[in-house]
Design a protein around this ligand. Sequence first.
Ligand code: 0X9
Ligand code: CA
Ligand code: ZN
Length: 431
Amino acid sequence: MRPFSRTTSARRARTAAAALVALALAAGLGTQATASPSGPPTVQQWEVTGLDSATERTALTRTGTAIDEVRPDSVVITAGDADVRRLRSLGYELSALPGTSAADVRPTAPSDYHTYAATLAEINAVRAQYPSLVTTRVIGRSYQGRDIVAVKVSANAATDEAEPEVLFTHNQHAREHLTVEMALRTLNVLTSGYGSNARITQLLNSREVWIIPSANPDGKVYDQESGSFRSWRKNRQPTPGSSLIGTDLNRNWNYRWGCCGGSSSSPGSETYRGPSAESGTETRVVADFVRGRRVGGVQQITAHIDFHTYGELVLWPYGYTYNRTGPGLTADDAAAFEALGEEMAGSNGYTPQQSSDLYITDGSINDWLWGDQGIFSYTFEMYPRGASGGGFYPPGNVIARETARNDAAVLLLLEYADCVYRITGQEDTYC
Ligand code: 0X9
Ligand code: CA
Ligand code: ZN
């Protein structure tokens, strides 16, 4: 086993930047805290009007709100009654989006989206069909004890070969079920294409692909399996010293964690960052897996996509700053991120941008994978573009089309994984 050799991450300065002081946060907002005397809480989507810049959107996130969708002059959020009252008292103007309450949100038969158990069954079936191409590894367990699985796809999958590795992560956010379908799509495309499609054959002969179909199985089960969807985002881990449940896994990664007003310190918030970086059981499991792909001091994984919904976006780091460059992210790095991001977006029709163009996030997986591990790490926000397409719960009849839509981008990432800087003609400098 020889490490796939690469010098860029070693070359990149590891600046221990001083953490910025997080701005004061308003009391936590959360869908779990909205019990009302008149019955069960109503959780639905709302349009918050009069916001047209990233700084204004970031100011809204500092109230602990997660933004579902960015529009030219407004945003869409998911909120319960108490959240709505609180935001109105802060001066925000909200109007309800019809047809988006949890009760309305069943356009789709439960069987349209794989349950977690069905996801594991499908993986095992594919592995049985293609034993030389697929291996699976339980990389750890969720807070509630469910297996977190990494699926490896490569020629001679059982052998750790000296090939660039590519990682796909899915379902950090519980309700983003389409992302799990994306994982199964990629698994099926790669395995069925080997030996019949020359390009896929070549890629699987020269790359090792890791797919983590669900980084948040507890949240997925909680959201999906009670009879109606619950619009749940976080994991299901109680916060010590609180009765509140759930950490936003995509604010819990250990790179400038909590630095910059891009996450909440309130356990009830939808963007609660947890009591410490990697406090989320599932964050820690995936981070340990990534650290374990360092062989002989060289990180084998070179490129990554974290799949989310929704918005039809291709996003890249850093999320914690509006700046295009930052510690460990040079102008050359940014140019490569942009070029590959734009090429992938050209293939699927998504909008490419730096993630902070939307709003500031800190503790995201992209920032950690790039800033700490030197991995070219993107976020894809899948279908739909807006709430009218079904938001987090599009009808099941779009699954095939909207996962196949990303086939070309997945293959592009695999192709460039030996040297992402090739896309800007800088392979001689960096690879
Ligand atoms: O806020 C998030 O975590 C993601 N959006 S979502 O609606 N799926 O919750 C966007 C994350 C993008 N930020 C970085 N990649 N840093
Ligand atoms: Ca191989
Ligand atoms: Zn998400």
